[in-house]
Write a protein that binds this ligand. Sequence first.
Ligand SMILES: [Zn+2]
Length: 256
Amino acid sequence: MAKFEVHQFPCLNDNYGYLLHDSANNLTAAIDTPEIAPLNDALASRGWTLTHIFNTHHHFDHAGGNLELKGQWQCTIIGARDDAARIPGIDIKVGDGDAFTFGDHQVQVLDVSGHTIGHIAFYLPDDQLLFSGDALFALGCGRLFEGSPEQMWTSLQKLRALPDDTMVYCAHEYTQANARFALSVEPQNVTLQARAKEIDQLRAAGKPTVPSLLGLEKQTNPFLRPDSIDLQETLGLVHSDPVTVFAQTRRLKDSF
Ligand SMILES: [Zn+2]
């Protein structure tokens, strides 16, 4: 089985676009459609044909390019059944626990609602890739525009349960700001301290901090760590349940 090639490119202010290419079957999927020109440039530079769009959620910087790209490429759009009404041009509707094949590769769908209702993530177990959209960021998680803290924590637990060697491809370069917040709520975390330094160096050199290793997220991302005693102590919530700690962490980040 040929490995996938993942091509990552910046677009809009701080989004990342991704193309997932299966050379054996000549298939190329765009993970979301944040901006058309850089996406088409990325395809052209590689001589790839866009065959699929995998949508994580309906926000304009994720699905705004769907219809134009579908008109241009006649590609198949896969998105959430629970959010089908808001995914322009959707062809195949999927939900939590569904799996489909993309070439020779299995793609599993996880409902990770919270940022929006019907937000999904795409997990490719054989390739150890996770496309998390705006649910899980490097050192952060999406704002709760539509879902409750309970719902988001349920979603993040599904992602936390994936193997440590999973590469997390999130949709935004928010990591440096996220690191400042993470240090404010878990200043004792030496792994986080080291990671924050590395992030500063990468950004100073104009390099992306995405993707990141899920194992490192589990050790440093406060939104995956409501059971951390250090985090609970900072928040004054020692021995509180994870939802309470997660909800308070998210509230603090909203006004950080
Ligand atoms: Zn969004």
